[in-house]
Ligand binder design. Structure first.
Ligand code: PGA
Ligand code: ZN
Length: 436
């Protein structure tokens, strides 16, 4: 059995040029793994806290040298000699070392960098791919498959450029379509949308995820553009694909209204509810994330009551990968699908507990990237290994998103090979028993 020989952290940059933490683990058998953690832009109020240097002389105060120091001087000595497959024990040590509910002492970024590195080291020590190791360790799924993709093609809100209010407009290939084909569909539609924007002379750029940020009069105009994009492609709406949104509604709530530019003066919560029902009927919107701010639970419940049997209603900022908040959302029937972002809570073990709870309540799971990513493809293996229903890794554009999709292509290939060899073995054993 391999043990941890050393652990070392350093400051690196994320996809926005903002510091984040990379953590490397060495095993005594010579194996080495490294991993880095992402960060959000629309960070919810219930998320665990990140530790930042707050030194205005460096990176606008966003440096992570304190976090790096904590890992190298306080955490690393405690982990040397430990078995990396003892994830629960090591995560508990990290939780106790921090000693707070919201990880404010060590920082969720500090803790996750270590927790994630230990998980990767555990997989390496038993010689298994990370997704397979996760399946064996937690048994959250009976079989391995690639989750359905939720591909953000258009960005607004805090991910955009004051162009639109809704944060993400997505295409979701039908779940029966195999991953290689669905990824091809998403890239095809992304490129086709660019042609539509250029032909229509819509001013556009790309936002922080790499999705388009067209300047439009209303949020519903995006659906018109997307509908046209699909019509000029080889795909059929509501057959091959559906649309989705991450409203991230707390970001456009001001005063007592939801300020969508679609209507002068904005929308009261009950009017916003009607707006969602309209876009659902008109544009086949199948996925609605964070439709209201966290306080408007009454309207979350009303939306579930009206659309919950046909539409995925997804909670992200409302639940923040937090066990208690997820329990409450389940009891109150506020959604039917849960976003999982390990950095909202800090350790892999706590993330797994939240997934278990959601699955036991028959909620579906979306494993999600963050808007500020690195090229680490960790989250791709994580989504497969915990048996997520959906994965949300951004537009098929820019290296830090593509690294996840390329990793999924590799996993897809490995799963196909495993399936083929088990079929061949079955056929061989059937023919052997027929012959005997
Ligand atoms: P964030 O956005 O990473 O900026 O929080 C992603 C999301 O809201 O789903
Ligand atoms: Zn979200």
């Amino acid at each position: 059995m391999a043990v941890i020989n050393g652990l070392w952290a350093r400051e690196v940059l994320d996809s926005r040029g903002t510091p984040t933490i990379e953590c490397t683990v060495w095993l005594d058998n010579g194996g080495v793994v490294a991993t880095s953690v992402p960060s959000g832009t629309s960070i919810g109020q219930y998320e665990a806290l990140e530790l930042r240097d707050n030194d205005p002389q460096r990176y606008d105060g966003l440096g992570v040298l304190k976090a790096v120091e904590i890992i190298n001087t306080q955490i690393a000595p405690r982990l040397v000699g430990q078995n990396p497959t003892e994830q629960a024990k090591i995560d508990q040590l990290l939780i106790e070392l921090d000693g707070t509910e919201n990880k404010k002492n060590l920082g969720a970024n500090t803790i996750l960098a270590v927790s994630q590195a230990v998980l990767k080291a555990g997989a390496l020590s038993v010689g298994k791919p990370l997704y397979f190791y996760l399946k064996q360790l937690y048994q959250l799924t009976d079989y391995l498959s690639i989750p359905t993709g939720v591909y953000t093609l258009v960005s607004g809100g805090e991910h955009g450029a004051e162009n639109l209010d809704i944060q993400e407009f997505q295409v979701i290939p039908a779940s029966f379509i195999e991953f290689d084909k669905s990824l091809e569909m998403a890239t095809n539609l992304f490129h086709q949308l660019e042609r539509v924007l250029i032909t229509k002379k819509v001013t556009h750029s790309v936002g922080i995820l790499g999705g388009f940020t067209p300047t439009l009069y209303s949020n519903t105009d995006v659906f018109e553009l997307l509908t046209e994009t699909v019509k000029t492609s080889r795909y059929v709406l509501a057959q091959d694909l559906f649309f989705g949104i991450d409203a991230s509604a707390q970001s456009f709530f001001t005063g007592n209204k939801y300020l969508l530019r679609d209507k002068g003066g904005g929308y009261k919560a009950d009017e916003l509810l009607k707006y969602y029902k309209q876009i659902r009927d008109l544009y086949r919107v199948f996925y609605i994330e964070d439709p209201f701010r966290e306080k408007d639970q009454k309207y979350w419940a009303a939306l579930m009551e009206d659309l919950g049997s046909q539409v995925r209603i997804i909670s992200d900022s409302l639940t923040a990968t937090n066990l208690k908040r997820t329990q409450e959302a389940i009891e109150k029937k506020l959604a039917n699908t849960l976003v999982i972002k390990p950095n909202q809570v800090g350790t892999i073990s706590e993330t797994i507990e939240v997934i278990k709870l959601a699955k036991s309540a028959n909620w579906q799971i979306v494993v999600s990237h963050r808007s500020r990513e690195t090229n680490d493809d960790f989250i791709a293996d994580f989504a497969v290994g915990v048996g997520a229903d959906y994965m949300k890794f951004g537009p098929p554009n820019r290296g830090e998103r593509i690294s996840k999709y390329n990793r999924l292509l590799m996993i897809f290939h490995e799963l196909k090979q495993a399936q083929n060899s088990s079929q061949t073995a079955q056929t061989q054993s059937a023919s052997t028993s027929n012959n005997s």
